[in-house]
Design a protein around this ligand. Structure first.
Ligand code: NAP
Length: 311
């Protein structure tokens, strides 16, 4: 007889997103080839290296798909009023379909004023109050790209949302809140957790579907996960400390340490990968998971904006 507590080694199926992301981009490319036209204006302020990489990836995806793009890289000294002037001119330009302002903006800039200034019909990030409100009312137009991509991933893998106990850890405007809305609209029973949640593990452990977006490397451990649950890890954190890499990645640590030696860091999500692999039924990898879908969904939203504006 096999004792019930014997570990059988990593067993979670990895929900790789590369092929889905490629398919979403290929569909966008096919639309362009059939004659659709779209232009995305990406605005970045200051020299935050992560923001520079994110915008570069978005511009590269536009090139891949055939969407025209503009990259407005402004100095860190830019004022709120200068940025509002740029947004106003992009709003009025007939040839611009989508506007994205890479967040976070430097602290001296009034981020809320900038988000509110973007024409909702060009708000391809889905952050404008009009689009947030429409999503909350169950009448989505532009849905933030990361949670929208997660829904595509769940659908693509035939993971049942209806009736599932879903738990979203994190309540940010860009991930947690819209994620919870989308799951609710698909008939999940949704719980939202945050930094003030009492006994987080007791709540997350009751979830069939656990989405984590908190920004803390490997924070969600095996004890937080219901055996067999689907775990979606939105986090993107850099780790470089050797002992941390070893404790996070277990048998995969050697490969990850090679990445650290080459690049100076390796990426880890908000979920402890080695422990989650032992408990979860399905798990998104980092990298290779949710992050790839975010950019693909931006292409989809930009084409949607162009289609809605030009019809
Ligand atoms: P955020 O705006 O910093 O929000 C973090 C959320 O996590 C907050 O709601 C916070 O609660 C909650 N939180 C923090 N510590 C917690 C704890 N100990 N227990 C429970 N909840 C806790 O973060 P975000 O912008 O949503 O990003 C989250 C992560 O996702 C980051 O790693 C980011 O890099 C990544 N991300 C990835 C993508 C992608 O494309 N893959 C896209 C966006 C973000 P309070 O509200 O109570 O403070």
């Amino acid at each position: 007889m096999i004792a019930e507590n014997i570990k059988t080694g990593p067993r979670a199926r990895l929900l790789e997103a590369a092929s889905l992301a490629a398919r979403i981009k290929a569909e966008a490319k096919a639309e362009i080839e059939r004659g659709a036209r779209a232009c995305l204006a990406a605005v970045r302020v200051g020299e935050d290296p992560a923001s520079a990489v994110y915008v570069k990836n978005k511009i590269r995806a536009c090139e891949e798909v055939g969407i025209r793009s503009e990259h407005h890289a402004l100095p860190g000294s830019t004022t709120t009023s200068e940025l509002l002037d740029l947004i106003a001119s992009l709003n009025t330009r007939e040839d611009v379909d989508g506007i994205l302002t890479q967040l976070p903006l430097p602290t001296a800039i009034d981020e809320t004023a900038i988000i509110d200034a973007i024409d909702p019909s060009k708000d391809v990030d889905g952050f404008h109050p009009v689009n947030v409100g429409k999503l909350a009312m169950g009448r989505p137009v532009f849905v933030p790209c990361t949670p929208a991509g997660i829904i595509e991933l769940l659908n693509d893998n035939a993971i049942e949302i209806r009736g599932a106990n879903a738990c979203v850890v994190g309540r940010s405007q860009i991930v947690g809140r819209p994620m919870a809305q989308l799951l609710l609209q698909r008939d999940a029973t949704v719980t939202i957790c945050h930094s003030r949640t009492r006994d987080l593990a007791a709540v997350t452990r009751s979830a069939d579907l656990l989405v984590v977006a908190i920004g803390r490397a490997g924070f969600i451990r095996g004890e937080h996960i219901k055996p067999g649950a689907t775990v979606i890890d939105v986090g993107m954190n850099q780790v470089s400390d050797e002992s941390e890499v070893r404790s996070l990645f277990g048998s995969e640590a050697k490969k990850r340490l090679e990445v650290v030696a080459k690049r100076g860091y390796t990426l880890v999500g908000d979920v402890h990968p080695a422990e989650a692999a032992e408990v979860a039924g399905m798990l998104t990898p980092v990298p290779g998971g949710v992050g790839l879908l975010t950019v693909a969904m931006l292409m989809k939203n930009t084409l949607k904006a162009a289609t809605l504006r030009r019809r």
